[in-house]
Design a protein around this ligand. Sequence first.
Ligand SMILES: [Cu+2]
Length: 374
Amino acid sequence: MTTLPVSRRTILAGAAIAGALTQVRQAAAETKEVLTPAVATELTDLPRVKVKLVDPPFVHEHEQVATGGPKIVEFEMEIIEKKIKLDDSGAEYWASTFNGTVPGPLMVVHEGDYVELTLINPASNELMHNIDFHSSTGALGGGGLTQVNPGEKTILRWKATKPGVFVYHCAPPGMVAWHVVSGMNGAIMVLPRDGLKGREGEAVKYDKVYYIGEQDFYVPRDEAGNWKTYDSPGESYEDVVAVMKTLTPTHVVFNGAVGALTGDNAMTAKVGETVAFVHSQANRDTRPHLIGGHGNYVWATGKFNNPPEVGLETWFIPGGTAGLMVYTFEQPGIYAYVNHNLIEAFELGAAGHVMVEGDWNDDLMTQVLAPSAI
Ligand SMILES: [Cu+2]
């Protein structure tokens, strides 16, 4: 196994977080004896469901309005360190991933459900990983209870008490930023039990849902300006962190690569269909925009106890947040779904397409005169 080149600064940062982790572990150990019997009795009565996660932009089947009471929803994720191709110019990156994709899969549960995640770090990996759920409460979002070395697994259970879409990400002591910008993040949607509601309490239902995970990457170049390549994540660490500290990403992409949501990989819809777009950015601010459409209902910061904004052109998602936009398509054609920092969209990669089928509505738009000589 490669020894990680770790700077003194990183060690110090790691020590600070490791101190917090020790306290979290002690607190968890102390409260366990008191809480475990009561919690265990209560939980044995709850139904359990196993959910198989699917690769983004797709989302596992789920109910929008929950039938029945709270459940324990079981998920399993394997951590996979893998070299990914970011674009056609030869830029490669050693990604750390939840389940092999950037972003990791979207999980969907309902408020009051319990999430029970089995997290597996195969022996073939090089690094220690964990998971911090922004939607959970305590133990650094679960990060303090889920540190797994290669060859280990762990099971974490937490109660989804707050409705909304939330980021989850890896957060190992001293290396949080590197793991997050290496692709190790995703999102969970905690739906209200009675479904989404608009400002007047009207039901907001979607026909399909897509998950867009936006990721900034920091790929080192050599003296000649060519992309550098590495044999392992650890080998790339020092160079990548140097680029990270410039705060200037070399790539800002949706779903792990330039073009991951365009062409044959474009999202699809039909005129009249209502589509929900979950959008997460675990590290950097972003401003999604649907070119040719609007955000009919937008929870930009993703929390369903707040009323949605309506009829937006662009919405702002701060780094470390997931948002939800719901739109009913009214015209056929190609819609570009972009980060409306257009340099990030068109020069760095943060753009996807939605191909919409159906009949054109002349009332909404018509070409009165085709381009012709003056
Ligand atoms: Cu990690």
